[in-house]
Design a protein around this ligand. Structure first.
Ligand code: TXA
Ligand code: MG
Length: 320
């Protein structure tokens, strides 16, 4: 089992050396924990896919310090610059065309001619990227399809054996993965709702194409995803026998686990994955989730809940 290390300066330096050496390191970002590898090292990137059980067609997000570092990897047009200026560092990933001289592993991009780049805001992530001196490819640090980790212990539970180090930076403040915007379309399009609410983006660039119903634009946006192993029942008012309740808002029983008693969507987002994990226990027939308002961060929360509730391919729901 990989030890969890407090993210001291010394530990971050060691982690950066491991990355440069082609090893995997899990680290905190403000959204969720990432499983990092040197994005220019094909073998290190291959180890990410193996550790996660991730399909090879699903490309990774490449983490950089800032817009200048992104410009070494991708061709940035005006909307991309405006978005980076407004929201970086932060929970926004930008998809742009790969530049001819890009040193990135082809596997990291799953052979696409576009690359997803993000400058995270978490100080530990930033220090690690600086110390590594290379772009860091990092998907969420969980097995493919499972819940994303928002604490170092979640990473240890799901990927403990396959990473050289887990840097502990505490609980993730945002708790949902980054919002992904494709800037290769005109207007730019929303590929994944996430930690940065879409209306904030529209306020800056004027217009955003919503992902069309059913169309899979980010290859990783498979229908079932972010899923606990027990079934989810959405829009529940209360828990049926055998179920546990995941509540939202002030009108819930006191003893229920509550995403936010105050009805605060940012608090609910930060609690979502950790609470789903906590309720995903043997003997529970289903997790009954109360309705969450579908505005602001609620859109990303509901996106994750719908994916978590989608039936598992090739398995009878009753067997889960
Ligand atoms: O908040 C986050 O984004 C976290 C932290 C660690 O930064 N990372 C994360 O990575 O959520 P991952 O691998 O779990 O999700 C990456 C998503 C996938 O849906 C993938 O298909 C999409 O980004 N993606 C990556 N490259 C892409 C590209 N070139 N075009 C379209 N979608 C892309
Ligand atoms: Mg993920």
């Amino acid at each position: 089992m990989t030890p969890i290390r407090a993210a001291t300066e010394g530990a971050i330096r060691e982690a950066a050396a491991l990355l440069r050496d082609g090893r995997l390191v899990a680290f905190p970002t403000e959204t969720v924990y990432g499983l990092g590898a040197d994005a220019t090292n094909e073998r290190a990137v291959a180890a990410i896919f193996a550790a996660k059980g991730r399909p090879r067609f699903n490309p990774l997000i490449v983490h950089v310090a800032d817009a200048a570092a992104a410009a070494d990897l991708v061709v940035l047009d005006k909307p991309a610059h405006i978005l980076m200026e407004a929201f970086w560092p932060g929970p926004l990933t930008i998809v742009a065309r790969r530049s001819a001289a890009s040193p990135l592993s082809l596997l990291a991009c799953a052979g696409l001619d576009t690359i997803a780049v993000r400058a995270p805001a978490h100080p530990v992530a930033r220090a690690l990227i600086d110390a590594c001196g290379r772009p860091v490819a990092a998907p969420s640090a969980n097995r493919s399809e499972e819940l994303s980790p928002t604490r170092a212990e979640h990473v240890a539970e799901s990927l403990g054996g396959s990473t050289a180090m887990i840097l502990d930076g505490g609980a993730c403040a945002v708790g949902l993965e980054s919002t992904i915007i494709d800037t290769t379309t005109d207007p730019p399009s929303l590929l994944r709702p996430g930690g940065l609410p879409a209306p904030e983006i529209v306020a800056v660039i004027g217009w955003l194409e919503q992902q069309r119903n059913g169309a899979v634009r980010a290859p990783g946006m498979l229908k079932r995803h972010y899923a606990p192993s027990r079934p989810l029942r959405l829009d529940a008012k209360s828990a049926a026998p055998g179920e546990v309740l995941l509540a939202f808002g002030p009108d819930a029983p006191d003893e229920a686990m509550n995403l936010s008693k105050a009805g605060d969507l940012a608090e609910a987002a930060a609690n979502l994955f950790a609470m789903l994990r906590a309720l995903d226990t043997p003997g529970v027939t289903a997790i009954a989730v109360m309705a969450v308002p579908d505005h602001g961060l609620g859109q990303a929360i509901n996106d994750r809940l719908r994916r978590a509730a989608a039936p598992r391919a090739n398995a009878a729901p009753s067997k889960r």
